[in-house]
Design a protein. Structure first.
Ligand SMILES: [Zn+2]
Length: 403
C-alpha cells in the first residue's frame, strides 16, 4: 500500500495564499510609491515626446503598450533560438520549442506546430535529447550558455544600433523616434534578461533557469551528477531502451546523490519508472511516495503528472478506489486536466469506480496519444500497462453482462 499518511506538502494552500497576498501588498506599496514620485514627471515627458513627433499622447502610449510586450516576446524567441543553436552544435536533438503560445514539437509522425496556453511561470523552453553521453557535462554547459548569450549579443547589437545608427537628434520624424526607442528598449531588456538568466536562480514555478544549471555543472556536486544521469536515462529511453533495461548504475547514481532540490524529486520518479517496469511493488511504492513528498519543488505540470501516477497505482496496483479518486482530484486541484492530460490515470480510476464505458473512452484516447510519443522505451512499457487495463475493462464488462 502507498503510505497516504505522509503530509502532502510543507505549506498549506492557506499559507501559500497568505504568502502571495503579502508579496502583492509589498509590490503594490512599492509601485504606489514609485508612481507618486514619478507620475507627473513621466506624464510630462510623454506629452513632450508626443509633441516632438507630432502625435496625440494617447496614441503614443498605445504604441508603447504594443512595443513592450512585442520586444519581450522577441527576446524570449531569440533566447530559445540560442539554445537551439547551442544544441545543434553540441549533438543534442531538439524535442520541442516553446515561446509563449507557440509550441513546436517533434512527434512520431513528424513536426507539429500548435498554439496553446503557455506553461505557468514560463515564457519559453526548449526540450532536448542527448544523442550520446560523450563529454556530456561540457556539451550541456554550452547548450545552456546559448540562450543568455543570444540575448546579450542581440541586446548589445540593438544598443549599438540605437546609439550609432539611429542617434537621438530632435526634431525626430516619427519612424526615427520609433526605431531609436524600440532598439533602446529591446536592447536594455535583452541585456537585463540575458544577465538574469546567468544568475543561479530557481523560478517560483519550480523551473531551474540556465544560471543555476550552469552553477551545478561547474560545482560538479550531487546536482550535476543527477542532471547528467537524468539526461542519460532520458536519452536511453528515447533510443528504445525500456526502463527495466536501463543501466542500473545510472539509476543508483541518481538516487545516491542528494541535491535537496527538485532533482531529488525527478531522481525518485526515474527510480519509480525503473522499478515499475521490474514489477517490484515495494520499490514502486517507496519511490512514488518519495517523489510525491517532494512534488512541491517541481513545476505544476509535473505535480499534476505524478499525482496522476499515484491515482493509477492506487487504482490498478493496490486496488484502493477511494485513494485513486483522492489522488486524481488532487491532480486536478494542482492544475485542471486539459483534454490531452491525465488520460491513462482517468481511465484507470474510471475502471476502479466501475465506469467501464468512460474507462474505455479514456483508454482509447491514451492509446492514440501514446502512438505519437517519441520516447520508445517508455512507450513500450506504457503500451503494456494499457493492454492490462484493456483486459480488465473487458473482463469487468463480461461480468456486468452475465450479471
Ligand atoms: Zn534558457
Amino acid at each position: 500500500m502507498l503510505d497516504f499518511s505522509k503530509p502532502d506538502a510543507p505549506r498549506t494552500p492557506e499559507q501559500e495564499k497568505r504568502r502571495s497576498l503579502f508579496f502583492w501588498i509589498l509590490l503594490g506599496l512599492e509601485l504606489a510609491y514609485l508612481f507618486r514620485q514619478n507620475i507627473s514627471n513621466g506624464f510630462e515627458q510623454l506629452q513632450m515626446q508626443a509633441l516632438r513627433v507630432n502625435l496625440p499622447w494617447p496614441l503614443l502610449m498605445l504604441g508603447w503598450a504594443l512595443v513592450l510586450p512585442a520586444s519581450y516576446l522577441l527576446l524570449v524567441f531569440l533566447h530559445e533560438a540560442g539554445h537551439v543553436v547551442g544544441a545543434l552544435l553540441t549533438r543534442f536533438q531538439i524535442l520541442s520549442f516553446n515561446v509563449s503560445r507557440l509550441h513546436i514539437s517533434r512527434r512520431a509522425s513528424g513536426w507539429q506546430v500548435r498554439f496553446r496556453k503557455p506553461k505557468k511561470g514560463l515564457s519559453g523552453m526548449v526540450q532536448v535529447l542527448a544523442s550520446d553521453s560523450r563529454n556530456l557535462r561540457s556539451r550541456y554547459a554550452l547548450l545552456l550558455v546559448g540562450g543568455p548569450s543570444a540575448n546579450l549579443l542581440t541586446g548589445a547589437l540593438a544598443l549599438y544600433a540605437a546609439y550609432m545608427w539611429v542617434p537621438y537628434s530632435p526634431p525626430f520624424p516619427f519612424t526615427g523616434y520609433l526605431l531609436h526607442y524600440t532598439l533602446l528598449v529591446f536592447g536594455w531588456m535583452s541585456v537585463v534578461i540575458g544577465t538574469l538568466n546567468l544568475l543561479p536562480l530557481k523560478l517560483k514555478s519550480g523551473h531551474i533557469i540556465d544560471g543555476k544549471h550552469l552553477l551545478h555543472l561547474m560545482q560538479g556536486g550531487p546536482a550535476m551528477h543527477q542532471q547528467l544521469a537524468a539526461l542519460q536515462l532520458s536519452s536511453l529511453s528515447h533510443n528504445g531502451t525500456r526502463p527495466r533495461d536501463w543501466n542500473a548504475t545510472i539509476v543508483e547514481k541518481l538516487l545516491s546523490n542528494h541535491s535537496n532540490s527538485v532533482l531529488d524529486c525527478y531522481a525518485h520518479y526515474y527510480a519509480y519508472c525503473y522499478y515499475h517496469d521490474c514489477n517490484d511493488l515495494e520499490a514502486i511504492r517507496l519511490h512514488l511516495n518519495e517523489a510525491l513528498d517532494r512534488r512541491h519543488l517541481a513545476p505544476v505540470a509535473f505535480q499534476q503528472y505524478i499525482l496522476g501516477e499515484a491515482a493509477y497505482v492506487a487504482a490498478l496496483h493496490t486496488y484502493d478506489t477511494e485513494q485513486a479518486r483522492h489522488w486524481l482530484n488532487r491532480a486536478q486541484e494542482v492544475k485542471p486536466y486539459s483534454k490531452e492530460e491525465g488520460l491513462f490515470a482517468r481511465a484507470a480510476v474510471a475502471w476502479a469506480e466501475g465506469q467501464l464505458s468512460e474507462a474505455s473512452t479514456w483508454l482509447q484516447a491514451a492509446r492514440q496519444q501514446l502512438a505519437e510519443s517519441l520516447d520508445v522505451g517508455t512507450r513500450t512499457q506504457a503500451a503494456e500497462r494499457m493492454d492490462e487495463l484493456q483486459v480488465k475493462i473487458e473482463q469487468a464488462s463480461l461480468v456486468a453482462v452475465s450479471v
